[in-house]
Design a protein. Sequence first.
Length: 377
Amino acid sequence: MKKYVGTCLAVLVLLLSGCLLERGNNANVESSNRVQEDHKQQEQDQSNKDKLKEAEKEPNTETEIATIEEYYPLKENVRYVYEGQGNEYASYVVHIDYISDQKVQQRIDNGGTVIARIVEIKDGKLVETYSREEAYYRENLLNTGSGDEEVLLMEPLKEETTWKLNDSSVRTITNLSAEVSTPAGDYEAIEVSTEGPHGKTLDYYVKGIGLVHSVFHSKGTEVSSSLSKIEEDVPFIQTVSFFFPNINDDQMYYRNREVSFQTNDITRIMLEKAYKENVPDKLSSVLTKNMKINSLYLNQDNNLYIDLNQAFLTELVAGSGVEAMILQSVVNTFGHYYGVEKVLLSIDNKPYSSGHISMNKGEFFTVTSIDGAIKLQ
């Protein structure tokens, strides 16, 4: 009996030992699996962090591609001053007369002449669409086109981008990070090289500024223009001669006045306003409060066309002699401003006609010399 009980106890111990061993083995397996899973998760997390760091280091080519708008910003009321070497006309000043959408009209004064230049950003190109010399007057030419366009800069803004000009010159982007020094500062610029029959030109454009330096090489000579300073929020100031009649001595007088223009100011409105203000003592006013200039423009025939409103006739209470002097004052003021010899005056788009003076269709008034007038201080 004791032997039987001992044997049963032995068997029970073995069975219990086996169960405990199996449970222990299962626990170890589960623990091992958890460790492996935790290790894999840590590896995955680290991998994700590494990928994120690499992504931050790599440039985003979709957002970092440079555009012409970045390298040639169109800004209002800005004055750019360039210092020149190698030629008396290499120094110049640029004012911004008009801006509309992606077009800008620049006033370039090099001391020898004033150039009105239209530059437009279109179809991934910076294009000069129009240029007129001797543009001493101020007139909106944004919608004027000559058909003879010149591409100044072209996308994509990368090295070896190349295009041909109308004169067979070849223009190429030759450097995206050229170092250039100017009186205004040191810059990293896009270098554009133009090879032509008369020499080689290098132009440098800086992001957020525009053209900062140009240099022309030809047969051992070098002419350069470098940005000296940029003045923001400044108007363009012009001196204008305003003519007035003196009915007491039958003499014509004139006074020079500075007229301030902001970008996109309408010239006829600004000149009309200035003409009505500060009339010299003892001289007759030319434009009364209700008189308006409907239109003012230089025509293709190089004659000036001025259209006045009906109030010019209804409020012009004067004899024929005074009326003639008032008309001559208008003709001289605007004729000298535009630098023309003939002016056509109309009233609401009809030939000028009053009780004293009547003009035929297409008949012009003649601008008289300023030497025949008396200057007022």
